[in-house]
Design a protein around this ligand. Structure first.
Ligand SMILES: Cc1cc2nc3c(=O)[nH]c(=O)nc-3n(C[C@H](O)[C@H](O)[C@H](O)COP(=O)(O)OP(=O)(O)OC[C@H]3O[C@@H](n4cnc5c(N)ncnc54)[C@H](O)[C@@H]3O)c2cc1C
Length: 378
């Protein structure tokens, strides 16, 4: 006898989605969360995450992005909540630089919908952006801003409505595979499950075998917000999410969600941090200086002073791809972590893959690049 078919450890961005998806497959799924779902110090923090179908690098993410897009709509239908603000997205960069040609190459391989916008077209349609003479943009009609806290809360509530059990304020200290199942322990309590998904984000190393600890690192990612001179110019109706890499400067952001501030943050600045629990929240003088200088150049319509900032943890792997799969052949422990600062847009898809595969069902082909077994045990 076990305490259930499946336990999900960590009910943040991906664990909440795994719980929700598992609740469609079994009424015997239990979630454990060290604090509470979507708590303020998890990688859910900061109001929004960019969703986009246009991606540079490997085309292998496209099927997961496509599935995630459908699943965000399903979560909206099941919960009755608005989760993805479908405002479109802009990728902006130097015409022959490292970003746009590579993005267009991946887009060509995937056949993703897109529109190339010249500097002149940008000035007409999106005058909020002050482009450099050699910048162009690629518009992604399916991009948008995900409301992170709402998404996670909705997924957990939907799972509970479907029969899932949730233990909050229950940090799991240890996981042991035995002949009877997987024993998970929190303090002096323990439970045995047929299968376990580890989705504990920046905290995951504690529950990982040594070779995966060695292949991962918790990093701090910061966010910054600015006041708009005219908030209507930065509303979702007029201002798509964006990523911009122009010469030596890079930034990404989202339209205003509060009618006052706009998120605009330096891109690709994950920095190692020893503990997910104590990520330094204050920006350094160098971070403040580069952020405000970039906003002053890119957005004349924003006051170039940071009015809000924060920082959150995420787990990074050595090769920049997530850990999604069983620890090893015949293991009953499934990893869904290591999303390297890019996991939220696909959280619904990752959650579905994790729930299906942990319960022994087939999922996508072509996921070898994400499997934990790519890191050898010695
Ligand atoms: C500032 C920032 C900006 C980002 N921007 C984007 C973006 O625009 N687009 C995008 O797609 N991605 C983005 N990302 C990446 C994305 O947000 C993360 O990859 C994703 O949220 C990670 O989700 P997770 O479930 O692994 O971790 P989390 O969401 O942090 O969830 C982990 C949960 O596990 C719980 N937990 C930990 N240990 C235990 C334990 N032992 N027992 C029980 N529970 C435990 C934690 O309390 C937490 O709730 C960004 C990340 C950050 C930090």
């Amino acid at each position: 006898m076990t305490d259930g078919k499946l336990a999900v450890i960590g009910l943040g961005s991906i664990g909440s989605m795994a719980l929700w998806q598992a609740s469609h497959l079994t009424d015997s799924v239990v979630g454990f969360e060290a604090q509470s779902p979507a708590h303020a110090r998890s990688a859910v923090g900061g109001d929004t995450r960019l969703f986009r179908m246009l991606y540079r690098g490997t085309p292998k993410y496209y099927p997961i992005l496509d599935r995630s897009r459908s699943l965000w709509a399903e979560l909206e239908a099941e919960s009755g909540q608005d989760i993805l603000t479908r405002c479109g997205g802009l990728s902006i960069g130097t015409v022959g630089g490292p970003y746009i040609p590579s993005l267009l190459e991946t887009t060509r391989l995937n056949g993703a919908d897109h529109e190339i916008l010249s500097r002149e077209a940008m000035a007409e349609r999106y005058p909020q952006h002050n482009l450099r003479p050699d910048d162009i943009a690629v518009y992604d009609p399916h991009a948008g801003a995900l409301r992170t806290d709402r998404a996670v809360t909705a997924a957990v509530a939907a799972a509970q409505a479907n029969g899932a059990t949730v233990h909050t304020n229950t940090p799991i200290d240890d996981i042991q595979e035995t002949d009877d199942g997987v024993v998970v322990t929190s303090g002096d309590r323990s439970w045995t499950f047929e299968n376990v998904i580890v989705a504990s984000g920046g905290w995951s190393q504690k529950l990982m075998p040594d070779h995966l600890k060695a292949a991962t690192q918790t990093k701090r990612i910061f966010l910054s917000w600015f006041v708009a001179r005219d908030a209507a110019e930065f509303s979702p109706e007029r201002f798509p999410v964006f990523i911009r890499i122009s010469g030596d400067r890079s930034m990404y952001g989202a339209p205003t969600v509060d009618g006052v501030t706009v998120k605009a943050t330096l891109d690709g600045r994950g920095a190692p941090t020893p503990k997910a629990d104590s990520v330094p929240r204050d920006l350094t003088p160098a971070e403040i200086a580069e952020t405000t200088e970039t906003v002053a150049e890119f957005f004349p319509g924003l006051f170039p002073n940071i009015v809000r900032s924060d920082a959150f943890p995420d787990l990074y792997t050595r090769d920049g791809h997530a850990l999604l799969g069983h620890l090893r052949e015949n293991s009953r422990v499934y990893c869904a972590t290591g999303f390297c600062g890019a996991g939220f847009k696909m959280a619904s898809g990752y959650g579905e893959i994790a729930a299906h595969e942990a319960l022994g069902k087939r999922s996508f082909e072509g996921l070898d690049f994400l499997r934990p077994q790519r890191y050898k045990t010695n």
